[in-house]
Design a protein around this ligand. Structure first.
Ligand SMILES: Cc1ncc(COP(=O)(O)O)c(C=O)c1O
Length: 493
């Protein structure tokens, strides 16, 4: 027996060998190391089993209706990712073939969003939509800074211009973070009951000479709706004509960026619109790649200021980069290229259609669920699957008082394996808006969510609602209060 084949327990004591009965080894007799790296090595079999067993306690990705993020890829994609997983995408000169694939993806993504003839679009990859969106935000901030040279001065802050960003309360948390981390005033447009996206009028009222841009979400995290980018563009064109302010739009198409082009190609939301200067999307959502991959594109290179780019003479070559992280996995980019080739426009369109068929059936089925005693429907829909993402968002019918809420339903569905998040929709968080709290259940229908699974989920809803009606209401179903000083926002993606 060599030293390396000896097992050691959580406390570093010498244990049994890899030939001992598998589940009786010392590592399994104590608690798994969790605070500091153990002093001694562990048999790889034992370490593997210990970690793998812990992971079995996770929810099942397939039943995770909370997430927009890809949970299934085909075996060919898996094989390519396996080939690429030890290659750092940052090492461009070492991996020229991978770099070339990344370049092709960058061009394909930039061209997907309809840049006008004569424009010179540019795109780059990111770890997800948060990084991608922030890159778009940073470019807008830098353009504003160049136009307002006095923003950086020794004068008191109140006497020099400060940048602001106009967006709805419906933005994903990455935009709250962007404003906080980059010290930009967020000009939030409040949400009202029944109005969960921003309107052109609300945008027009808020933009001023210090607005670095407007964020429009194509597929909100909360209801899956698309914001009226065309209307907001029109309002900003008016602002340009009337007030001489050229306010850019950044579209957060984290989900919709890979749905709308295949589902509603006629919908105007992208670079066909004059004020849309940059767009982000998640390769790892409806781009159909495992996490983490995001994309951001500018309609023309001129909207990405040169002084944000870094030319690196490093690792044996010259590289120009504009991103926050340096090293990043290449497997996701390779898999993205595979998906583009494998599916093509037709394949993406068919997949979106299939997801929508399942989502429509789910929404219809949920709206048909009615109480036995008065035949009142349990739910109302906030989502519109035909027009927007394959996302189903429902609230309890306000005219019934069933003695339980969406948090109880979510909790009990979890006991059947389903992860269906319940949350309160964002509203004017100063608490003075007088709007009632609207609590919803939201389900994302991703690739691989079959009609059969929809029917199983509906059957489990029926069971859960029956149990709740019979008084089996769990006590601990509501989220814990957020600690003071910490920003609170639902952020399931
Ligand atoms: C609209 C929107 N923007 C941004 C994000 C953040 O994306 P990522 O998780 O890729 O960083 C999400 C995630 O769901 C989203 O829905």
């Amino acid at each position: 027996m060599t030293e390396s084949t000896r097992a050691a327990d959580a406390n570093g004591e010498e244990g049994m060998t890899s030939t001992d009965p598998v589940y009786a080894e010392r590592p399994f007799m104590g608690r798994a190391p969790s605070e500091s790296i153990p002093a001694r090595s562990m048999d790889p079999d034992a370490a593997y089993r210990l970690v793998r067993d812990e992971l079995t306690l996770d929810g099942k990705p397939k039943l995770n209706c909370a997430s927009f993020v890809t949970t299934w890829m085909d075996p060919w994609a898996d094989a390519l990712m396996e080939t690429s997983r030890n290659r750092n995408l940052a090492d461009e000169s070492e991996y020229p073939a991978t770099t070339e694939i990344a370049e092709r993806c960058r061009r394909m993504v930039a061209n997907l969003w309809n840049p006008p003839a004569g424009a010179d679009p540019i795109a780059t990859y990111a770890i997800g939509s948060s990084e991608a969106g922030m890159l778009g935000g940073i470019a807008m901030l830098r353009r504003w800074q160049k136009a307002h040279r006095d923003w950086k001065s020794d004068k008191p802050r109140a006497s020099v211009p400060q940048p602001n960003l106009v967006m709805g309360r419906d933005v994903q948390v990455c935009w709250d973070k962007f404003a906080e981390y980059f010290d930009i005033e967020p000009k939030f447009i409040p949400m009202r009951e029944g109005q969960y996206t921003i309107t052109p009028e609300a945008v027009k009222d808020r933009v001023d000479e210090n607005t670095i841009g407007v964020i429009c979400t194509l597929g909100t995290t909360f209801t899956g709706e698309y914001e009226d980018v065309e209307g907001i563009n029109r309002a900003l064109v008016d602002v340009k004509r009337e007030r001489g302010l050229d306010v850019p739009i950044h579209v957060d198409g984290a989900s919709g960026g890979f749905v709308a082009p295949f589902d509603r190609p006629e919908l105007l939301w992208d670079f066909r619109l004059e004020q849309v200067r940059s767009i982000n999307a998640s390769g790892h959502k409806f781009g159909l790649v495992y996490p983490g991959l995001g994309w951001v594109a500018w309609r023309d290179k001129s909207f990405l200021p040169d002084d944000l780019k870094f030319s690196l003479n490093y690792l044996g070559g010259d590289e120009t980069t504009f991103n926050l992280n340096f090293s990043r996995p290449s497997a996701q980019v390779v898999a993205q290229y595979y998906e583009f080739l494998r599916l093509g426009h037709v394949g993406y369109s068919e997949l979106v259609a299939a997801m929508k068929t399942a989502a429509r059936r789910l929404q219809r089925g949920l709206l048909d669920l009615a109480r036995e005693r008065d035949r009142q429907p349990y739910f109302q829909a906030l989502s519109d699957v035909d027009a927007y993402l394959p996302v189903v968002a429902i609230r309890l019918n306000p005219s019934i008082e069933p003695g339980f809420d969406v948090f109880h339903i979510s909790h009990k569905l979890r006991q059947h394996g389903w992860i269906v998040p319940a949350y309160s929709l964002p509203r004017d968080l100063d608490g003075k808006d007088g709007n009632p709290e609207v609590d919803v259940l939201r389900m994302v229908v991703r690739e691989g969510f079959s009609v059969d699974m929809v029917d199983k989920l509906l059957a489990d809803y029926r069971t859960v609602l029956g149990e709740l009606e019979d008084g089996d209401v769990p006590q601990d179903a509501h989220p814990a209060p957020v600690p003071g000083g910490v920003h609170a926002k639902f952020s399931q993606c």
